[in-house]
Design a protein around this ligand. Structure first.
Ligand SMILES: [Mg+2]
Length: 395
């Protein structure tokens, strides 16, 4: 699919969603710093409102640290069913503007409004109407980014928060992206960013202009992917999906990969990111999905449900790995173009019930062991062989 500058993509993101809903339901929170998240000893901040953010509190931060930074804040345990209710109202509004609606979480969505322009006016007009209608129906504020692709729309919605509305036109892409720090690119994280900085690359503009071979040491086989993003190119379609049914992460490699170690390292990275997002939203997942696309564009997904929900990285990774190994056992030499990991069957995590969680994880581990057993039964020695067993056999 060729990228079209005529596509009109919106990214709608509710401002400090959980905290704003709490404020809506409790007028005594007006004007106060509000932090929503787990209140137990291992609790994590799900959302901080803007007045708490002024003290340095932000989402995914340990609650203990948030309490030190802003002791005067009101600390509130998440009420997921209430947020879900408000989210349904927001998505009801969005669905009135286009059926091409991709929910990313309870409070965030991409909309492809290319086909709705004639009905509602230009993309900016649609964005204005969406903000108005959300506010009228829920009393909440949203920020909206407008652009010709998802990547730019998402950055645009973040550029003027809260209550923002930013349109990045095709001829403004460089001016918009170039000064941004590299960490704003999807997939440039704590490991990659320092390697780029070591090369003197601090901004998206510097990454865009850098020599492809010079970037290899920092970005491996994802150089072209990141340089495309740095130029503001992103061809991914808006995929119709309701919010909160799944969380996933996937990567298309620049060159197909056969080496199992490299693939498993990527799978682990994806699982860590997915598990982190689950915990940040105080959710647990029942089903693990692995998506594999080979060099000739055949795509398979493998999924398995656990009997107990979890958001434990290790448990999720063991299941993802088992699913991958299961497929891999019959496709050892197949070059892989895309690898993805996701979870679905999401349920609110019950903060403060840690022992319950541990029990759930041991039950989940037994499910995983069963998958490994099944692989070994089906593939024998070609299947999954644990390291120690392998050594014994060689002797
Ligand atoms: Mg938001």
């Amino acid at each position: 699919m060729a990228e079209s500058a005529e596509r009109a993509i919106l990214h709608v993101d509710m401002d400090a969603f959980y905290a704003s809903v709490e404020r809506l339901d409790d007028p005594s929170l007006e004007g106060q710093p509000v932090v929503v998240g787990g209140l137990g000893p291992r609790g994590v901040v799900a959302t901080a409102n803007y007045s708490a953010r002024k003290f340095g509190v932000h989402s995914a931060m340990p609650m203990a640290r948030a309490r030190r930074l802003c002791p005067q804040a009101r600390f509130i345990r998440p009420r997921m069913s209430r947020y879900r209710q408000m989210s349904a109202a927001v998505f009801g509004v969005l669905g009135g503007f286009t059926p091409l609606l991709e929910g990313l979480s309870l409070d965030e969505a991409f909309l492809d409004v290319s086909g709705s322009l004639r009905l509602f006016g230009g993309p900016l007009e649609i964005a204005r109407r969406i903000k108005q209608e959300i506010h009228r129906q829920t009393g909440l504020a949203a920020s909206v980014g407008v652009a010709h692709n998802k990547f730019l729309a998402k950055l645009a919605s973040d550029a003027q928060k809260p209550d923002g509305l930013v349109w990045v036109r095709p001829d403004e892409v460089r001016a918009f992206l170039d000064p941004m720090p590299i960490a704003r690119l999807w997939g440039i994280g704590k490991q990659t960013a320092p390697r780029l900085r070591a090369l003197g690359i601090l901004t998206i503009g510097q990454l865009r202009r850098a020599d492809e071979t010079a970037l290899q040491s920092a970005l491996g086989n994802r150089v072209r992917h990141f340089q495309r993003l740095a130029r503001g190119e992103d061809e991914r379609p808006v995929e119709t999906r309701r919010p909160d049914k799944s969380i996933s992460h996937e990567v298309t490699f620049d060159t197909d990969i056969v080496e199992a170690g490299e693939l498993l390292a990527e799978l682990q990275r994806q699982t860590e990111s997915v598990a982190r997002r689950l915990r940040a939203q105080e959710l647990m997942a029942r089903t693990v999905v692995v998506k594999i696309r080979d060099g000739s564009f055949r795509t398979v997904t493998r999924s398995r449900s656990l009997r107990a929900c979890t958001n434990n990285t290790r448990t999720l990774y063991r299941m993802a790995r088992a699913l991958f190994e299961n497929w891999r056992a019959g496709h050892r030499a197949t070059p892989i173009r895309l690898l993805g990991m996701g979870v679905s069957g999401l349920e609110p995590a019950n903060a403060g019930e840690q022992s319950q969680g541990d029990q759930s994880d041991s039950r989940a581990e037994r499910d995983i062991d069963r998958v490994f057993d099944e692989i070994n039964r089906r593939y024998g020695d070609a299947g999954v062989v644990h390291g120690q067993v392998l050594r014994r056999k060689r002797r």
